[in-house]
Structures are given as C-alpha cells and as structure tokens.
Design a protein around this ligand. Structure first.
Ligand code: SF4
Length: 395
C-alpha cells in the first residue's frame, strides 16, 4: 500500500484546509495511527490537551409514533400500535426531575414525527418544561421534526423556529442527518422526511436566529466513502457561513431490528476511529468533536479521545433509539469519569452548549424567550394520549 498520509497530514498540521479529495484519500488509504496522531495534535491545539468533557443529560422521546419508516430505525411505531405512546406532561416532568436529581443539566427531547400532534403541542410542551424546570437546557427536536412543523404551519422556516424558541427551545440536535447525500437518503428511506436542502435550511435558520445546533453523521448504512465526505463538506460549508455548530458528532449505524439488518457492511472500530480522526482534521471550523461510547462501547469510546475527540457526550440516563437497534451500553457519572481519567485526561462536566469552554465559538448570546415563564398563564393540562391521537393536526 502506498503511504499517502504524511504529505496530507503535514499540510493539515501546517494549518492548510483538507480538500474533499484529501479526506477521501485518507479514509481510503491513510494509516490509522498516523491519521490518529495528527487528529490528536489538532484536538489538543483546539482544546485543553489535559481535559475531556462530558454531560449529564437525558434523552426523552416524547413519542415513538412516526409517519416515516426509515430503514435504519428500530424505534418508530405506527399510530395505533399497541406499544405506541405519547408521553404526558407528568411523565416528562418526572423524567426531568430524576435527571436533575442525578446532577443533570439538560434534556435532549425528540420524537418520531407524529402527524396528529398540532403545533400547539410543541409550544405547550416546551413552556411546561421551561416553566417548571427553568435551569434545564432544552435541546430538542431534529431537522425532520422541524421541517414537518414547517410544512404543517406553512410558515417560513425561520418563523417556525422563532415560535419554538419563544416557547423555550434553546438549541437543536443534529439528528436526522444520517448521510447528507440525497441518493443515500433515498436508499435508506430518509429522503422524504428531510432532503439535504431541508436539513441545512433548519440548521441555517436556527443559526440565523442566534441558536446553536450540533452536526451529526450516522455512517455505515451502505454509503461510499465519497458520499461520507460529501456529508462532511455540506456541514463544513454551512459552518463557514454561520459558525453555529458547537460540535461534530459522528457515530455508527446499529442494525438490530431494522430493515437494514444484514443488508449493509457495518463500520467496525477501525473504520470508526479513522472516520473520527479524518473528520477532526477536516473540520478546521468546528471546535468540539464528540466520541461515541454509546454505539462503540466504552473501550473504543475511551480510545476516541486519542483520535480527535475532546468530549464523550452524555452519560445517557435514558436512551431509547439506538438501544432499540441493539446498542445497549450503559454508563453512570463515576464510570464516565473513570474512563476519561484512565485515558489520561481530566474529566470536566459541561452543559449542553459546551459552557466549560469559554471561547466565543461556544459562548455567543442565546435567545431570550419573549414571554417570561414566571408570568405565563397556567398551562392547560396535558391531554390524554388517546385525545391527541384522535385529533387532527392543525397549525
Ligand atoms: S429515524 Fe426518526 S423519522 Fe425515521 S422512522 Fe425513526 S423515528 Fe421516524
């Protein structure tokens, strides 16, 4: 094998931007340890070389009902299925209370895309959370959910996100990205829920409103290396325009119980670490890169800190989506601190917007809700799930 890494890595370490072709070359032919060492060097220039961060938060899935049937998903249920649910406000409140008791600072709130929930459902849910748990950071929805609400309301994307922000939404996770290349999205049945253009529109609109979001990539769904790099280029271009991404979070597809089970070649630990490292080099404009212990397990998660990651994400008090697809790794705060310490770093608990990081990329102004929660009128109680499911969605 020709050793292609050194010239490309030397220019990356000299501060030159990697081209898409460079990234493809490194992913295809680069030496894992050489690429990893360069990524580690860049990680340590962009972040405290002695520290690695994590967050205590909880994934709350307010519903598992979804109108889509993404081939990689084991979580969705059709409306009316025996195990379909929509959480009540009380159930959401209880989960947040438990999160706070465990030292948690935020929730990542996502659903399926439930066609019968009206826009007011989301506003009321966010207001309920921010009124009762004002210290909790609300990192919620995903581009496909927001795009669906835009179609529902027929309002401009920016206005839809502004309404959600005014109800309490503080930032948007990068979910629903999978591979940002439309022929792949068509293949895995995620084109309809949000083509690349719409995923970008949601994030760009949020950034224009002063909100921060994250960028994810779920790889190993049958895409080529070139298509993976197209995804990275879409995200880097958007970050050049807005600077609104706090972090880049690549993770690997989990196949159990999905329509893709046995249909694609899964990405293993070697491919995960190499993709992580190449992306650390490629994203010269994103400060933080998150390692995925949830899909790769704690051992590779720990190792990711030497391959470009400066953060291990959440201890995941609750996670349902990748667990449904077979990733059932668990971690408590002591376990997270232990794996970070064993890897030679000082564990630092951060909040959702990387506020252990004091640099402008992570500490820009956040939107302030127009209606102070303390003065909000009493919220209506949560309707029963049956009432919601029987209702017709309206704007
Ligand atoms: S990935 Fe999301 S949008 Fe796709 S089927 Fe699953 S819940 Fe629905």
């Amino acid at each position: 094998m020709t050793r292609v890494s050194p010239p490309i890595l030397e220019s990356a370490l000299a501060g030159e931007r990697l081209s898409s072709e460079d990234a493809v070359t490194l992913l295809r032919d680069g030496d894992l340890l050489e690429v990893g060492a360069a990524a580690n060097e860049i990680r340590n220039r962009k972040n405290d070389p002695e520290a690695a961060s994590y967050i205590i938060d909880r994934n709350i899935n307010y519903t598992n009902v979804c109108i889509y049937r993404c081939k990689f998903c084991a979580f969705y249920r059709p409306d009316g299925a025996d195990d379909a649910y929509v959480l009540s406000w009380d159930q959401i409140g209880e989960k947040i209370r438990e999160t706070i008791d465990l030292g948690g600072t935020g929730v990542l709130l996502q659903g399926g895309v439930h066609a019968k929930l009206p826009f007011s459902f989301y506003e009321e849910m966010f207001r309920f959370i921010k009124k009762n748990f004002p210290s909790i950071h609300l990192h919620a929805l995903s581009a496909p959910e927001v795009y669906f609400l835009q179609k529902l309301t027929k309002q401009p994307m920016r206005d839809v996100i502004a309404r959600l922000r005014d109800a309490g939404l503080q930032s948007i996770p990068g979910g629903g990205a999978e591979i940002l290349e439309d022929s792949v999205r068509r293949e895995i049945w995620s084109l309809t829920k949000a083509p690349v253009e719409k995923w970008v529109d949601v994030h760009e609109s949020a950034h224009a409103l002063g909100m921060r979001t994250t960028a994810t990539m779920m790889f190993g769904v049958g895409e080529t290396i070139e298509q993976r790099v197209v995804h990275m280029q879409v995200v880097r271009d958007l970050q050049d325009r807005t600077g609104g991404f706090t972090a880049w979070i690549p993770w690997t597809f989990q196949e159990e119980n999905t329509a893709l089970d046995g249909q694609v070649r899964l990405a293993g630990g070697h491919e995960y670490l190499k993709t992580l490292a190449v992306s650390r080099l490629f994203f010269d404009n994103i400060r933080h890169v998150q390692g995925s212990w949830v899909t790769q397990g704690p051992k590779i998660g720990q190792t990711s800190l030497a391959f470009g990651a400066d953060d291990l994400g959440s201890i995941m008090i609750e996670e349902n989506v990748v667990a449904a697809a077979g990733a059932r790794n668990h971690m408590d705060q002591a376990g997270m601190e232990r794996i970070i310490s064993e890897a030679g770093y000082r564990p630092v608990q951060r909040r959702t917007l990387y506020d252990a990081c004091q640099d402008p990329c992570c500490t820009g102004p956040l939107p302030v809700p127009r209606v102070p929660f303390a003065d909000s009128p009493e919220l209506p109680s949560m309707p029963a799930s049956r009432d919601i499911d029987d209702g017709i969605a309206t704007a």
